[in-house]
Design a protein around this ligand. Structure first.
Ligand code: NOJ
Length: 524
């Protein structure tokens, strides 16, 4: 396990939209470099940068044309290496985004694989034997290439599936994962990882990490075996390199060698119940998200889902809570800043390794926009970072009509500059919480998590322990109270408050905790 993950707090950057420095309306590496001090000022000590490789950008870069070449619109490989160096000089680690499941249809491997003479790339992608023979129950494309066959898709039509084999081969064109050509795909992806690790990158966020071997069993055993081998390679040659999975099942991903797995916004899961429950109620307008002031304050459904995953995975690695990501509507869509403060306080005091999505620290909005680069409904979460009150909110010198995406047009669009001036802003609250996490090992990745008071119906605050600290949150609009159990750890508390949002008090003699509306407190 890389030691630096213990106290890591990640910042996710969508490079298109972070900071443009050459006036072309799109972000670049130089822009990220210039903002590293800002990232550091948040207390974030690690970055995840969305794919920044050469690509036709049919899916915002998740359609890679050349894994070993930086996208010219962001800069050169040398610029990216300089970004690694500048980040390291500030104690910031950098993860790149690895897309192992598919490439762009413009990747040289695919071009050759789709030709009449595919040579060594014949089986680099999944192909059937004939342009008239599809892939049962799977997305595929036929009739588009010289090669007589249909090829399999992994996501959009522009993203042909790389071939890692099939767990159960029922057609003669299906190869088992042990086939040398499938092994060659693994080797090629391992070479890509080495290429960037050798240049200073600190690991990878792995796109659709569970999608490698087709027809895999429910536990994704064959895909998992590939990641296990990759982890063995990392442990040997790059022991400080980190892998975070886009998998959403830490109880599997972490046993297969990932150090971290995201708690993603999956329909009805614990994470969604915290701040994204509206998705389940889009029709009737109800929103029972735990952190909504009017959400009902029921933490038990979250705990049921989370504790199962946490207990099953904690000895193998970390669950990563996210404030949002580039695929998810920003939480600001349904939560106020007051609600976000509590949600973030919770996220940044949980075990595992948390991720802050750029702009969430100032409560950037989700904008209703037409699709850009395959974003569709995700586009509104990918708008330019809002730095200050200058033109284009400090994102770019380009005129508005040349921007990658428009900046938030609202008169009260939050910016870093305006929130710097307000001591009570979301930005300052985020800084305070992250600083608190860094100052107490009990709040970092490894220390335990234990609910102390968890009720349905919002009658009591939710109280939990992390190591020797006691934390409590009351997201509702009314005062809540709880008498804490008379156990040794509770008796051992000094009752001294080390952090507060809103107001709370704890009387040690009768163990009575009183939380004002919308408050959060940490006691030692
Ligand atoms: C998940 C990524 O997060 C998403 O943005 C992308 O479109 C798909 N994988 C396909 O790579």
């Amino acid at each position: 396990m890389p030691k630096w993950l213990k106290d890591a707090v990640f910042y996710e950057i969508y490079p298109q939209s972070f900071q443009d420095t050459n006036g072309d309306g799109i972000g670049d590496f130089e822009g990220i470099i210039r903002r590293l001090d800002y990232v550091k000022s948040l207390g974030c000590n690690a970055l995840w940068i969305n794919p920044c490789f050469d690509s036709p950008f049919m899916d915002a870069g998740y359609d890679v044309r050349d894994y070993c070449k930086a996208a010219p619109r962001y800069g050169t490989n040398e610029d990216l290496v300089r970004l690694f160096d500048e980040a390291h000089a500030r104690g910031i680690h950098v993860l790149l985004d690895l897309v192992p499941g598919h490439t762009s249809e413009e990747h040289a491997w695919f071009q050759q694989s789709a030709s009449l003479e595919p040579g060594e790339y014949k089986n680099r992608y999944v192909w059937t034997n004939s342009a008239f023979q599809g892939i049962p129950e799977h997305p595929y494309i036929g009739g588009m290439r010289d090669r007589d066959g249909c090829y399999m898709l992994n996501f959009f039509a522009s993203q042909p599936a790389l071939n890692y084999g099939w767990a159960r081969c029922t057609e003669d064109w299906m190869l088992p994962p042990e086939h040398p050509d499938c092994q060659a795909t693994v080797q090629a992806m391992t070479d890509v990882m080495r290429f960037w690790l050798d240049r200073g990158c600190d690991g990878f966020r792995v796109d659709m990490a569970d999608s490698l071997v087709k027809n895999d069993d429910e536990k994704k055993t064959a895909t998992g075996a590939i990641w296990r081998r990759i982890r063995t390679m990392l442990d040997k040659d790059y022991p400080e390199a980190a892998l975070v999975a886009e998998w959403g099942h830490p109880e599997l991903a972490l046993t297969y060698g990932f150090h971290m797995d995201f708690y993603l916004d999956h329909w009805g899961n614990g994470y969604n119940l915290l701040l994204r429950e509206f998705e389940a109620h889009e029709q009737d307008g109800k929103d029972a998200s735990y952190f909504r002031k009017d959400g009902g304050g029921d933490i038990t459904r979250f705990l049921e889902d989370y504790l199962t995953r946490y207990e099953a995975s904690r000895s193998n690695g970390y669950i990563s809570f996210i404030t949002c990501n580039h695929d998810t509507p920003r939480a600001k869509r349904t939560l106020s800043d007051a609600e976000l403060k509590l949600a973030y306080a919770f996220i940044f005091t949980m075990p595992g390794v948390p991720f802050l999505y750029y702009g969430d620290e100032i409560g950037m909005r989700y904008l209703d926009l037409p699709s850009k680069e395959g974003g569709y409904g995700r586009t509104g979460t990918r708008t330019p970072m809002q730095w200050d009150q200058t033109a284009q909110l400090g994102f770019s010198q380009a005129p508005a009509d040349r921007l990658y995406l428009p900046v938030d047009p609202a008169e009260d669009a939050p910016t870093v500059e305006s929130q710097e001036r307000d001591p009570d802003s979301l930005l300052h609250t985020v800084r305070r919480i992250i600083a608190l996490r860094h100052s107490w090992e009990d709040l970092q990745a490894d220390a335990g998590f234990e609910p102390v008071v968890a009720q349905m119906g919002g009658q009591a605050p939710f109280v939990y322990r992390r190591g020797a600290l006691l934390l409590a949150v009351n997201p509702t609009g009314h005062v809540t109270q709880a008498v804490l159990p008379d156990t040794a750890p509770i008796r051992g508390l000094h009752g001294e408050s080390v952090f507060e949002i809103g107001h709370a008090s704890y009387a040690q003699d009768n163990r009575l905790l009183t939380m004002e509306p919308q408050s959060f407190a940490v006691y030692r």
